[in-house]
Write a protein that binds this ligand. Structure first.
Ligand SMILES: Nc1nc2c(ncn2[C@@H]2O[C@H](COP(=O)(O)OP(=O)(O)OP(=O)(O)O)[C@@H](O)[C@H]2O)c(=O)[nH]1
Ligand SMILES: [Mg+2]
Length: 205
């Protein structure tokens, strides 16, 4: 006998990249938001000048499911986090292959990292206008998002939002914004209002 789910829409999987300079919070972001287990490649930095206990040396991986409404159904974002250190920049291009969008995490409190963020942004967008969102963390009362976007050379059409990667609901907001950007650039039918996309597993873990 045929299964009741035989005609259910199969989940759509979309590859997205979580990018940003060294220490921007990429691994933290994916760990906060991933629905189940996360694959990480954390190692103690070999260089004493590094400021964190561990750094990503290859990639992070996690999944995040979205209920995209009646027309599109369930969409699974496959999240690939890049290593921030420039010596692993060959991984940026490898991880970007087949991606439909990316989050660029930018640390508002550390202008020394902004140049690197611009380099990563250019590498991922590759001139093709890949949909993306700029997520600004460690923002303070004096953080001016419009000015920061201008300093980074971000296209005025690209959403720039604040984010705390340690907070699941904050990270979810960023991914839903990215998903709407991807839908806008593709043929995915996504509605606004009551049928707008939401996280499939809720806002907190
Ligand atoms: N206070 C504060 N801490 C933050 C914020 N975002 C990230 N952090 C912290 O900053 C650190 C970032 O570390 P990771 O998540 O390893 O950063 P990463 O971008 O993956 O680093 P690499 O892979 O080494 O490039 C973590 O300890 C986070 O808890 C923020 O908005 N506020
Ligand atoms: Mg990392």
């Amino acid at each position: 006998m045929a299964s009741q789910n035989m005609h259910a829409t199969p989940p759509t999987s979309i590859k997205v990249v979580v990018a940003g300079a060294y220490g921007a919070g990429k691994t933290t972001f994916i760990r906060s938001v991933a629905d189940d287990g996360v694959v990480s490649t954390e190692t103690v930095p070999s260089d004493d000048t590094e400021t964190k206990a561990t750094t990503t040396v290859a990639m992070d991986f996690g999944r995040f499911a979205i209920d995209a409404g009646a027309d599109t159904g369930r969409v699974e974002l496959l999240l690939f986090g890049i290593p921030g250190q420039a010596r692993f920049d060959f991984m940026w291009r490898i991880l970007a292959q087949g991606a439909l969008g990316y989050v660029l995490l930018v640390d508002a409190s550390d202008p020394e990292t902004w140049r690197e963020a611009v380099v990563i942004d250019a590498t991922l967008a590759a001139g093709a206008g890949l949909p993306h969102v700029v997520a600004v963390n460690r923002a303070g009362p004096g953080t001016d998002l419009t000015r920061l976007a201008r300093v980074l050379g971000v296209d005025p059409e690209v959403p720039v939002v604040t984010c705390d990667p340690r907070d699941r609901s904050s990270a979810i907001e960023v991914l839903l914004t990215l998903f709407l950007e991807i839908a806008r650039h593709t043929s995915l039918p996504v509605r606004q209002g009551e049928d707008a996309p939401v996280a499939q597993t809720g806002g907190s873990k």
